[in-house]
Design a protein around this ligand. Structure first.
Ligand SMILES: C[S@@+](CC[C@H](N)C(=O)[O-])C[C@H]1O[C@@H](n2cnc3c(N)ncnc32)[C@H](O)[C@@H]1O
Length: 284
């Protein structure tokens, strides 16, 4: 029985992440590599040192937290978490493959973090707060679980104009009438791209010493086809449309994507697209 406003939408969003988890597992190495400038920026601003406890929320395949583990030894420990079981399975498998130790896995929701108050030294959240129905509740929860003086480091995305790697595939679908334009407002990749709005949310959550900075992370692919393949695995909305398209419509879509990205494709067919994340760090 649903009793709280937003529960249905939350369930739909989380079901979609559960469905996407295998695709995120398949693309995990590529996501880790292209996200490296963001993960390094996050760890550099987390003030990590031996003995600290780190909580990564919405960790997906878990790589940013796994990278933190080396910097908190000896004596430190990581909780790697996600709201959906499928992502946790992916992260567990990766930790095993990579030989990561000192990590515990927990299924946790960002808007209600089931962790006692003031128990964690560092909270990391990469590319998730803007996807939530209530980002301000999530930021308040992050502050609650941090010890006084603890560090919150998050990454969201700069605006669509700085992220053609993400916008071109959907724009092509819309232009070809294969999907409706996304409704403005509400949760989504670019929902916290406004620096002032992000700062205000963090201030309202009781955080201070807030710094916000763009992080360039150009995304390279061997071909337009490889880029589309990654997009199918990572983007739930793109995959939903793609899976229903006839071969002919897929060919038309691929051609339109290549046309829109022409300036980013070299003579060999390799693609290098601008991408910009947005990092924010603060003290609790
Ligand atoms: C865009 S992915 C980012 C994954 C990972 N942090 C990374 O940067 O590769 C968003 C992640 O947020 C998780 N997520 C979505 N809603 C959540 C919620 N309410 N609480 C916790 N995690 C959530 C998804 O399952 C998914 O793993």
């Amino acid at each position: 029985m649903k009793t709280f406003e937003g529960d249905d939408e939350r369930d739909i969003l989380l079901d979609a992440w559960q469905e996407a988890s295998q695709g995120w597992g398949r693309q995990a190495d590529g996501v880790r590599d292209s996200a490296m400038p963001v993960s390094v920026w996050m760890l550099d601003h987390a003030e990590l040192k031996p003995g600290l406890s780190v909580l990564e929320l919405a960790a997906g395949p878990g790589d940013t937290g796994f990278m933190a583990v080396q910097r908190i030894q000896p004596g430190g420990a990581l909780i790697s978490s996600d709201a959906v079981a499928g992502m946790l399975d992916v992260a567990r498998e990766r930790a095993q493959e990579l030989g990561v130790e000192h990590v515990e896995f927990k299924q946790l929701q960002l808007e209600w973090i089931d962790i006692p108050t003031a128990t964690v030294d560092v909270v990391l959240v990469k590319w998730a707060v803007m996807l939530l129905l209530d980002p301000s509740a999530a930021l308040r929860e992050c502050r609650r679980v941090l010890k006084p003086g603890g560090r919150l480091v998050i990454a969201v995305w700069e605006g669509p104009e700085r992220n053609p790697w993400a916008t071109i595939p959907q724009r092509a679908m819309v232009e070809l009438g294969q999907m409706q334009p996304l409704a403005p407002g509400g949760p989504g990749m670019f929902a916290l791209a406004d620096h002032a709005e992000l700062r205000e949310l963090m201030e309202d959550a009781g955080l201070f010493d807030i710094e916000i900075e763009p992080i360039e992370m150009p995304r390279g692919y061997d071909s337009v086809t490889a880029w589309i393949g990654e997009t199918i695995d990572l983007s739930r909305s793109f995959k939903g449309v793609w899976s229903k398209l006839a071969d002919e419509d897929r060919r038309e879509l691929r051609a339109r994507i290549a046309e829109l990205a022409e300036q980013y494709v070299d003579a060999s067919g390799a693609v290098l697209l601008p991408a910009a994340s947005l990092g924010a760090h603060a003290t609790a």
